[in-house]
Design a protein around this ligand. Structure first.
Ligand code: PHE
Length: 466
């Protein structure tokens, strides 16, 4: 028996909503900007978090040792995705996704504003609030987006690609704004002229992150009409679907099969992130130590390579969105897209093998990393937005939130493994690096082959879902 797609039942009656960005439902526009600002707040604060923790008290920081700061950072970034599970559960059972996103956003904003105060207590309280709020917001905003589309609507993956672009616009802008406020001498001079101590500049960076989240909330509330029919509470869902209050919560055989398909994709997604996230760790170190950081004679800071990822996503996401919509029913199945995602990631990291071998003779051209990141982002766009979209198609609607929460666990595990793998980076041993990156490439390309092989079986598990 097919699970009733209760959440998407309302918009599909009668006509298809095409009034939003790129011919998508209007609700996409609301969710796009809310997520853009939420990610602005997340990545803006994250960009200065470690720097603030290790800065000495005389420079306005907390004066933590690097190891302690790195540990707090690791626990924080993992917790942010782990809380997606209780966040999704709360949406399924009590609040519904729409209210969960609202409350989550408010808690996140409070968290950032808590860090405006120069005190350890308010700093940690801020982190806890952001972790809690993100758990409520992040999985549920994705499930709501999925609910804007009918099960057989070909625009779904395209819609998620556009949504992913919003994420990356926020991620690209935020470090520039928050980093400027927290660190630049220009802004410190400005603060001094206003009569503030320049070392409080960090807290202006944290405040800017909070302001970003508030802008996201304002947008969410003003444009709530466009999403009024999705993310309902359980009781409202039953009414919308015409079910009585004792609706079935047990799973059917078909639903178990679909969950099995999600399980298979989960494993490959975890693997994907464990190598993709080398971007911020070992590849970042490679940029810093073994890459010539200059273009046309102009030097640039090695950390600028970090902006390449979001910029590539912003440029390429509309292309992917267009491609999936254009291909319509002929687009590859979700597991096939995942296979492509792994293949591009594998090729990208494989390019690090010759780059590392060349580094034996000295620093290498910045073109190497630029191409590596490009291939990795193409892989990301085949896999990550498609993954979010696929979960919203496959999960039983009444367990959508918690399933999405579990999905985020793949990102949390992947990040953890990425940190472990990057620990083997040794800039003094470029040949060792070739082995490290070669091993990663071999594992990911092998995973792509395995998934390619499994694709027909996964498709069977998926039933009617493409
Ligand atoms: N850039 C993505 C984001 O911030 C990374 C991510 C993907 C995180 C999937 C969690 C899950 O949304």
């Amino acid at each position: 028996m097919q699970a009733p797609t209760v959440v998407s039942a309302v918009p599909s009656q009668g006509h298809r909503d095409c009034g939003g960005i790129g011919g998508h439902p209007r609700g996409l526009t609301t969710l796009f900007f809310t997520e853009l600002w939420e990610r602005f707040s997340y990545y803006g604060m994250r960009a200065i978090l470690v720097l603030y923790m290790v800065a000495p008290a005389s420079a306005g920081g907390l004066g933590f040792e690097t190891r302690l700061a790195a540990m707090i950072y690791g626990i924080y970034t993992m917790s942010v995705y782990m809380t997606a599970i209780p966040g999704g559960f709360i949406a399924d059972r009590f609040l519904g996704a729409r209210r969960s996103v609202l409350y989550g956003g408010i808690v996140i904003a409070l968290g950032h504003f808590s860090m405006v105060f120069a005190s350890k207590f308010f700093f940690f309280a801020g982190l806890v609030l952001i972790v809690t709020g993100t758990g409520l917001l992040k999985p549920n905003i994705s499930t709501m987006l999925g609910s804007l589309y009918d099960e057989d609507d070909d625009r779904r993956d395209g819609g998620f690609s556009i949504f992913y672009m919003g994420i990356n616009i926020g991620a690209a802008l935020a470090p520039l704004v928050c980093g400027f406020l927290a660190q630049s001498e220009i802004f410190k001079g400005f603060l001094a002229r206003l009569g503030f101590a320049p070392i409080v500049s960090w807290h202006w960076g944290f405040a800017a992150a909070g302001v970003g989240m508030v802008l996201g909330l304002v947008n969410y509330v003003i444009h709530r009409q466009r999403i009024a029919h999705v993310g309902l509470k359980p009781s409202e869902r039953k009414v919308a679907a015409g079910l009585n209050q004792t609706g079935n919560q047990t799973l059917t055989v078909d639903e178990w099969k679909r969950i099995g398909a999600i399980g298979v994709l989960f494993v490959f997604t975890g693997l994907f992130w464990s190598v993709y996230e080398q971007g911020g760790s070992s590849l970042n170190l490679f940029a810093d130590t073994l890459t010539r950081t200059e273009v046309l004679g102009l030097a640039f800071p090695s950390s600028w390579f970090q902006s390449l990822d979001p910029v590539y996503v912003i440029v390429l996401a509309p292309l992917f969105s267009w491609l999936w919509v254009r291909l319509g029913h002929k687009q590859p199945s979700s597991p096939a897209k995942f296979t492509w995602g792994l293949a591009f990631l594998g090729l990208g990291i494989a390019i690090m093998v010759p780059a590392s071998l060349l580094a034996v003779q000295g620093k290498v051209s910045p073109l190497w990393l630029s191409i590596v990141y490009l291939l990795m982002v193409i892989g990301e766009l085949c896999l990550s937005p498609v993954g979010l979209s696929t979960v919203t198609k496959l999960a039983p609607q009444r367990f959508l939130g918690i399933t999405m929460g579990v999905w985020f666990l793949a990102a949390a595990f992947g990040n953890l493994l990425a940190g472990f793998l990057s620990g083997f980076f040794d800039a003094h041993d470029p040949r060792g690096l070739a082995v490290l990156f070669g091993g990663m490439a071999g594992a990911i390309l092998a995973a792509a082959c395995v998934l390619g092989f499994l694709t027909p079986s996964v498709r069977k598990l998926m039933g009617k879902v493409h």
